[in-house]
Each structure stands twice: as structure tokens, then as C-alpha cells.
Design a binder for this molecule. Sequence first.
Ligand SMILES: [Zn+2]
Length: 246
Amino acid sequence: MGNLDERALGLVTAATRVEVFTGAGMSADSGIPTYRDARTGVWENVDPQAMASIDAWAKDPEPIWAWYLWRRTLAARADPHAGHRALSDWEAAHVTTQNIDDLHERAGSGDVTHLHGSLFEFRCSICARPWRGEVPHLEEPVERLTPPSCPLCGNLVRPGVVWFGEPLPAGEWQAAERAMREADLVVVVGTSGVVQPAASLPLIAHELGTPIIEVSPQATELTRFAEVFCEGTAAEVLPALVDAAR
Ligand SMILES: [Zn+2]
């Protein structure tokens, strides 16, 4: 460690307001399988898109409820890594994530903006009332489970995540946009830069001339907008970056 790019060093030392934007690569270092990799056992032959749309839910909610509870178990079993912990120590940093696990929070980051919702939140599929009841803890994956019913309207409770074709939560989106505009440095971590509209967020910063540092094991769609590209995983690069900021 400590072998940080000179320009990255200069940028983090000068920054007073940092917007950190994280994607699947951030969680991958904690062993959380990506969408595709989670398809083992009972879901081996399932199209991930079929598990993440309102149409699929309307047709047959039970496999989808079971799938999200299993992903919740996998997230709960994972531990935050050195990169998560480093970010929580960086006082100038605010985190916006596309991830639906709670690893940033468990590492100690407060006020995390979740663009794609959370595996630990639920709401009514019709009246949208938040639901805070107990869900069964799965020790292993099961094929189907009956979702609970909303106490207000009797309709099914659904995972609090954003599915394909659904708009992002308006409040979270606005918070993320504002943070991008107000930052004097943006750090993009482990995101492929292809999932829209989230991928357009760093471009807001780019258009304002705000420098971007990208942390990723390989170049992405966003690399050409980055001032500095730090090749490596989140767990490898972030501790050195945050150290330099002190
Ligand atoms: Zn309801």
C-alpha cells in the first residue's frame, strides 16, 4: 500500500467534500455474489431479469420473495472489508451506492444514499406503506415462500428494491444529484457504468469540471471521464486513498 498515484494524492488532500459512488465491485470484495453469481442451486436456470420485474412479481410472487430473502441472508453473512471501513473514517465523504446490502452502514458510514433500495427494507406492493415485520431467516435457499400481507390494504408485501423498468426512489435520486453537484471530488468505486440512470450521475460532476477518481480492477465506460484511474479492488485501493486524505 501507499503506492498511490501522485495526482490521486493531490486530489484527495485538497478535497473538502467528497462524493463516493459505489457499485457491485464494492460488495464483491466482501464475497457478496453479483446478480449472476447468486444463481446457484434452485435458481441455477433462472433468468435474473425474471426475478427483478414487477410483471414477474404480479404473475408469481413466491419465488421472488424466496430469492430476495436468500440474498438477504447472503448479505447478512458477509462482512464489510477494509475499503468500507476506510470510507466510514473519511469525514469529507458521503456515500451513494447502487448496492442493496447494508455493508457501508455496518462499517460505520452514516447517511448512505441507496439508489436501488435495500434488502433490509420492505413495503406494500400496492399502497407502498413501509413494512417492518419479521421475515423468516433462511439458512439455505428455498424455491418459494409466501410474502406477508400489508396490514393496511391486505395486498402483498414486496422487497424494498428497485426492479427493472421501475423509477429510482425520487428522494434518493435528488440527494445523489445534489451530492454530485456539491462535491469537489468524486470517487467512483466498482461500478461498470452501464446501469442507467445511475451511471449518468458521475457525468454531472464531469460536466461541472469536478475531478473524478475511479477505483476498479479494470477499465469501464466511466474511465474516460476520470482524472485518475486507480487499478485495483475497493479493498486494496480505498484504505491507501483515505490514508492519503489525512
Ligand atoms: Zn398496502
